[in-house]
Design a binder for this molecule. Structure first.
Ligand code: ATP
Length: 319
């Protein structure tokens, strides 16, 4: 293998740049040329492809976002569109691709592989919602952002005896909400995997207030319920001022943590090894701190992320 490409797709995540850098430098070290594809599958289709060298990725390991840009490009689901994208790759002599993104991006990578174009997927998303890996690239950074936000809310909540409802990202995965609840010392966590009963939550809040707590912090995963309505309900019930804070896209930004940079660097270099080994249609994961790879379809369709009961129960024990 002489030439490979790399792209980032779907939502951006801190650490994607470290992964791009690792792919480029690991490939160059093995005598392989690397091409960067701008704006995900959209750029692949529009031929936004440029050759990269060691220097192209200088000074990016510490930056959030993705230097290659990302895009949503639903048209990539059509075979004719993918065929045109492959024609672009062929034109540049690019033989294989590393795709950094979430589930949707993995589907695109799998379909390209089925059309004879080997791809390796790296899990890049703050949501930690990809099967086959303990951690995705970007999760740790987002977790630290959420933790810091909770710390700040705690200061003001304690001073004013206020209740805070903090909505965090994660799509349909409660990992970020749970990890942030433990790291931030939140009293309650609401995750989609478990659902919640309003009466139970209110009873728990009552119990906390009765035991002399000066604040209550609730972390909740997005898409579970309307957090402003939930805050109103809590305020009506307790008579204490209750505010909802939706952290939103600030969770996606910022300089990646050491943990994310190292994870991304390891995964990027590993993807290159897999391509050299002639593998395609695989996605990379981290299991008990060891790098592993799975069939992409298996990962999307058959494997389930195990729910972290221990972490969930811990939020209750440490209440
Ligand atoms: P995130 O988890 O951050 O949202 P994602 O990779 O899941 O990331 P999507 O928007 O679902 O984000 O997918 C990214 C891109 O992958 C899509 O815009 C599209 O170009 C491509 N893609 C998604 N699904 C498919 C599919 N079934 N076949 C081919 N390409 C797809």
């Amino acid at each position: 293998i002489k030439k490979i490409g790399v792209l980032t797709s779907g939502g951006d995540a801190p650490g994607m740049n470290a992964a791009i850098r690792a792919v480029i430098r690991a490939a160059l070290a093995k005598g392989i040329e690397v091409y960067g594809i701008h704006d995900g599958y959209l750029g692949l289709h529009r031929d936004r492809i440029e050759k990269l060298d060691r220097r192209s990725v200088s000074d990016i390991i510490n930056r959030g976002g993705t230097m290659l840009g990302s895009a949503r490009f639903p048209a990539f689901k059509e075979e004719s569109v993918r065929r045109e994208a492959i024609a672009n790759l062929n034109k540049h002599g690019i033989e294989a691709l590393v795709v950094i993104g979430g589930d949707g991006s993995y589907m695109g990578a799998k379909k390209l592989t089925e059309m004879g174009y080997p791809c390796i997927g790296l899990p890049g998303t703050i949501d930690n919602d990809i099967a086959g890996t303990d951690f995705t690239i970007g999760f740790d950074t987002a977790l630290n952002v959420v933790m810091e936000a909770i710390d700040r809310l705690r200061d003001t909540s304690t001073s004013h005896k206020r209740i805070s409802v903090v909505e965090v990202m994660g799509r349909h995965c409660g990992d970020l909400a749970m990890a942030a609840a433990v790291a931030g010392g939140a009293e309650f966590v609401i995750v989609p995997e478990k659902g919640f009963k309003k009466e139970e939550l209110l009873a728990q809040i009552d119990e906390g207030i009765a035991s002399g707590k000066r604040h209550a912090i609730i972390t909740i995963c997005e898409h579970v319920t309307d957090v402003n309505a939930l805050a109103n309900l809590i305020e009506l019930h307790t008579g204490l001022e209750t505010r909802a804070t939706i952290l939103g896209h600030i969770q996606r930004g910022g300089s990646p943590t050491a943990r994310d940079r190292i994870l991304a660097s390891r995964m990027g270099a590993y993807a290159v090894d897999l391509l050299i080994d002639g593998q395609g249609g695989r996605c990379v994961g981290l299991l008990k701190n060891e790098l592993i790879h799975h069939d992409i379809i298996d990962c999307i369709e058959n494997m389930k992320r195990p729910f972290n009961e221990e972490l969930f129960n811990l939020t209750k024990t440490l209440f």
